[in-house]
Design a protein around this ligand. Structure first.
Ligand code: ZN
Length: 1023
């Protein structure tokens, strides 16, 4: 008898295995158990039934959820976890704390501020009330009865999830509502309690939601959405009651073809009557369910291969969504042919102010033709994320990078925009990766989506999840050849469709399919920050044979496609494999170049031909992600063009030279006609800048003539490893000879510079150029060594910067002095006021060059040499130049920056013993500007000009040997206009300001009132 009972109990699990569940039946041949990626693989099954009611005034969704969860793992589950994603957008959530740690100011909407995301009103396990705990976005249930392998459990949950009105707070929240045309739009995403994934790699994935990615189990979703009657709804899955909610007459009325032209008013095909409609959806083999609803949605539908491709546009945009449904159909066709057949009955692109993917539903922004990019991307996610359901939170590169690669594919093949194909690959895929990698900022792909330096959104290198991964795929294509690559990707998709792959699964899939040794490739690309960098070395001609030395400078290895052009014009393609795998159709196969890191960094390519070589090119296709392509050629490629006064587009294919005319003026040289001639290569390599002027003397001030007929300014800088760069500059301009050489290091939010600088003016005429010509001595070398630190500091509500500089006389200087100064700048806003504050202190000693002294009123002559308007006289009236017994009207920010004292040779001391002191060696100052432009906006219709109005105050104290100015202060009101030149961005924005220092605390002998009308004109903001 006892044995018999044991036998029956033992049969129960077997019996359950034999049973098929509703999801298995619905999924049929696509059910994962019928197409396991490998023997022994398992994943869990879910069957969600949700009835949800949307309240469009309270902006809530109230739901009854019944989840049947099938444990297909070999493990017994004692605890289960659920995601409550919307709790991430409440005060003191993990996401909020991360933002705070990054000094990002966070605001919350009305409901968010109350801490409401998803509220659980009832939670039952197997029909019995269950106790649960919530840790922000994770709900934890300790089960009374465990879930055994091959058994299932039912969870019944009542919940309410809150949207936030008026777009909510500042954390990027995809579940949103917004108002337009007098209606409310709803995006319902990540809205229901979703069970965490228990998978064969990690067991439970219980990541807190920090605003980035998601992960879910495949299964069956049966969802009913009850909306007020006027809403048009779309969602994941097939609509089950079309006749009831979207009868033919209504469908016809909202058809997008009726909205080809924009109308001034919004039509109302359905009048809100206080009733509701329930939209019933069923989705098979998906891992999430989302919806979107809008009373003004207008619809288009194009079918491809039985798949409904739907575009949904808000009525106001419908005239610009006429082609979108056909475009979606073309994308579905393209990806189905290139990657693998789309597995669902429909694909929707909705006009929903977002750029986000859900199974069968994409939420987009923009209009035709501009929205082709976002739609190509989000629809692409239905292949990588939707069908191939990787753990996005853990490794978002597997969906974002693959989708980015698809985006480039479809834009190239389908877009009606006039893209140069080669440039499209660059802009959509290569550019960002190359820029980061060439600039020593490469990111590793095998990293948790939330662990990229704890950055928000796409910061901290997270963007490389898209671009480096897509570049990796182009380079895999380069290694394997087009056909084998395509077949391997199709095989991976087919193998992992409706499964949960990780990076190792992709690697294994490609390696086993291609039978190529690719571990070196995946190791380098996925696990390291190594880069590719090859070089064409010397060409030789000996024993009637031409040969060329190829060098590997990067730590990454790759096979090489090399094009050789002979002097007689004949071209030859050669292929140098790096393993025993050889790709097909690539020209003459050479011996294998085995080597990595220090092993075999050179390879001698002997071309068996008696002809001499003209050009050698490594990878003429441009697909190899070589971070320095200039030396991939024997003769380096260059382009030369007129700049159109625009900064050149970054181009890693060749060195770009660009030029434009330059015309300037000063009081001594008169009109200076010149030319700017600049060159640079990608990511700040070999940056050459120069200008040469002819000093015509035309229009020069009476009695003045140019010191020399030609003047110039030139600099060259180049980046070095470890974010270092070096720079040399030389200038003989406006009477000044300026020579400088130094090093720069860019660190985390900080820039460090060390440089040696030499300033020299030869004769009297060279001093005539100066606005303050008594503050420079002719025929004296002012040579210094300088060290500076510039550090950006994140502060709440604004930003701050700390500058530290120390300089000292050096080498054969005619002076002997040293100083250390510190400047702390902080900008922040309170309500509608913007505060700009500055603290400055300097201590100095020795025999100072007059041009380098610390000035009470503003910049010294040395600082003024940085600004073309201030480095020489000519733009301001001559009467504003020099220092005199009264306040004057010209100001350039710097020094102690007491603008009220501009041009005034400050007197101090007793009546018996007066002295003049406006430049010194030590001092301190504080400056403040309170910008009230937002309170009293200045009406302005001129494009490119911005006005700012502000109150200011300056206070400070200056010392020179044993003399001081005493405490000095000024205050007043100012107005600044900043002129920027939009696309002509080689011309820097110019700020012109007028400050009215109505109050000064000490006045010259001639003046009576501390309060008086005074003005100074300045170029650039005061600080
Ligand atoms: Zn994406």
């Amino acid at each position: 008898m006892r044995k018999f009972i044991i036998l029956i109990v033992g049969l129960v699990p077997l019996f359950m295995v034999a049973q098929t569940n509703s999801y298995q039946q619905a999924a049929g041949k696509d059910y994962w158990k019928n197409r396991k990626p490998f023997e022994g693989y398992w994943q869990q099954d879910v069957h969600y039934k949700i009835q949800a009611v949307i309240n469009d005034t309270a902006e809530t969704v109230t739901g009854t959820e019944s989840l049947t969860y099938y444990n297909n793992s070999p493990d017994t589950l004692y605890t289960v976890y659920f995601h409550l994603y919307q709790n991430a957008f409440t005060p003191n959530s993990y996401a909020h704390n991360l933002a705070k740690a990054g000094k990002i100011k966070v605001t919350f909407g009305e409901n968010e501020a109350k801490g409401i995301g998803t509220h659980i009103t009832s939670f039952k396990v197997g029909g019995k009330d269950a106790e649960f705990s919530i840790d922000n976005t994770i709900l934890i249930v300790k089960l009374q009865e465990p879930i055994y392998p091959s058994s299932s459990q039912v969870f019944d949950i009542q919940f309410e999830t809150f949207w936030d009105k008026h777009d909510g707070g500042s954390l990027r929240r995809r579940m949103k509502t917004f108002e337009h045309d007098g209606v409310t739009h709803f995006d319902g995403v990540h809205w229901y309690p979703r069970i965490c994934v228990y998978d064969r790699k990690f067991g439970w994935s219980t990541d807190q939601h920090l605003g980035k990615e998601f992960y879910g189990d495949f299964g069956l979703f049966e969802v009913e959405l009850t909306f007020p009657n006027q809403y048009i709804v779309e969602a994941t899955g097939e609509l089950q009651n079309t006749i009831e909610v979207l009868p033919p007459a209504l469908r016809e009325a909202i058809d997008i073809k009726n909205y080809k032209t924009q109308r001034s008013d919004i039509t109302k095909p359905i009048i809100a009557d206080g009733t509701t409609k329930t939209w019933k959806y069923k989705a098979v083999n998906v891992h999430d369910f989302a919806f979107t609803a809008d009373p003004t949605y207008r619809m288009a539908e194009v079918e491809w291969n039985g798949i409904k491709c739907i575009a949904l546009a808000q009525e106001q945009n419908a005239h610009r969504w006429q082609q979108t449904a056909a475009y979606v159909a073309k994308i579905v066709e393209l990806y189905s042919t290139e990657i693998g057949m789309f597995g669902y009955p429909k694909m929707v692109a909705a006009d929903a102010r977002d750029g986000m993917e859900y199974p069968m539903l994409t939420l987009n922004s923009g209009n035709w033709p501009g929205h082709q990019y976002v739609i190509a991307h989000e629809v692409g996610h239905n292949w990588f994320f939707g069908m191939v359901g990787n753990n996005e939170t853990y490794r978002s590169s597997l969906d974002e990078g693959f989708t980015q690669w698809l985006t480039a594919l479809s834009l190239k093949k389908l877009s009606n925009q006039d893209f140069d194909n080669n440039n499209l690959d660059k802009s959509v895929v290569f550019n960002s990766y190359m820029y980061h990698a060439a600039g020593d900022n490469n990111a590793t792909l095998n990293v948790h989506a939330d662990h990229y330096n704890s950055a928000e959104r796409h910061g901290g290198g997270y963007g490389q999840v898209y671009f480096k991964t897509a570049t990796m795929l182009y380079n895999l294509q380069y290694v394997l050849g087009d056909d084998l690559f395509k077949a391997a990707i199709q095989n991976y998709f087919e193998q992992w469709k409706y499964g949960h792959p990780y990076w190792e699964d992709f690697r294994n899939s490609v390696i086993h399919y291609t039978k190529a040794d690719l571990n070196w490739f995946f190791d380098e690309w996925i696990e390291t920050t190594q880069v590719i960098d090859y070089e064409v070395g010397k060409v030789k001609f000996e024993d009637d044979k031409s040969s060329v030395i190829l060098k590997r400078k990067g730590r990454m290895q790759m096979p090489l496609d090399v094009e050789v052009i002979y002097k007689d014009g004949v071209k030859e393609m050669v292929y140098i494999p790096n393993t025993y795998f050889k790709k097909k159709n690539v020209g003459n196969v050479q011996s294998t170049w085995i080597g990595w890191d220090l092993l075999n960094t050179e390879y001698k390519l002997t071309v068996s031909d008696s002809r001499k070589i003209k050009q050698v090119t490594i990878d003429p296709s441009g697909r190899l992600a070589d971070v320095y392509r200039l030396d991939n050629y024997l003769k380096k490629p260059q382009s030369f063009k007129f700049s159109k006064f625009q900064l050149p587009i970054e181009n890693y294919a060749n060195y770009t030279w660009y030029w434009h005319p330059n015309i300037w003026y000063n009081a001594v040289d008169g009109i200076k006609a010149g030319i700017d001639f600049n060159g640079h290569y990608y990511a700040n390599k070999h940056v050459f800048k120069s200008t040469i002027w002819y000093n015509s003397g035309i229009g020069s001030r009476n009695g003045y003539s140019p010191s020399i007929p030609l003047s110039y300014s030139a600099s060259y800088s180049n980046s070095l490893p470890n974010n270092l760069s070096w720079k040399v500059q030389s200038r003989v301009l406006d009477g000044l000879s300026w020579q400088q050489i130094g090093l720069k290091k860019e660190g985390n939010n900080a820039t460090y510079r060390v440089y040696v600088k030499s300033l020299f003016r030869k004769n009297e005429n060279d001093l005539n150029y100066l606005i303050y010509n008594n503050l420079w001595q002719k025929n004296r070398f002012n040579n210094t060594v300088n060290l500076s630190i510039e550090k950006h500091i994140n502060v709440e509500n604004g930003n701050a910067k700390l500058n530290i500089q120390t300089s000292g006389s050096y080498l054969v200087s005619d002076y002997n002095y040293a100083y250390l100064n510190m400047e702390f700048l902080r900008n922040f806003n309170l309500k509608k006021l913007d505060f700009r504050t500055r603290l400055f202190a300097q201590t100095g000693t020795g025999n100072f060059a007059p041009e380098s002294k610390l000035m009470l009123a503003g910049a010294n002559n040395e600082e003024m040499m940085d600004n073309p308007w201030m480095r020489s006289a000519g733009f301001a009236p001559a009467s504003w130049e020099g220092y005199g017994v009264n306040f004057n009207h010209l100001h350039y920010g710097g020094g102690l920056n007491l603008r009220g004292f501009s041009g005034y040779a400050v007197t101090n001391g007793s009546e018996q013993n007066p002295f003049i002191l406006y430049s010194g060696t030590s001092g301190f100052a504080t400056n403040i500007e309170v910008d009230f432009t937002n309170l009293v906006p200045i009406k302005n219709k001129i494009k490119g000009i911005r006005f700012n109005s502000y109150l200011f105050g300056d206070a400070g104290w200056l010392k020179s040997s044993n003399l001081t100015t005493g405490f000095r202060a000024d205050a007043g009101v100012g107005i600044a206009s900043t002129l920027s030149f939009a696309k002509y961005n080689v011309i820097k924005p110019i700020a012109i300001r007028v400050d009215f220092p109505l109050f000064v605390n000490r006045i010259p002998a001639g003046e009576k009132d501390y309060f008086a009308f005074r003005y100074v004109l300045g170029i650039s903001r005061a600080f």
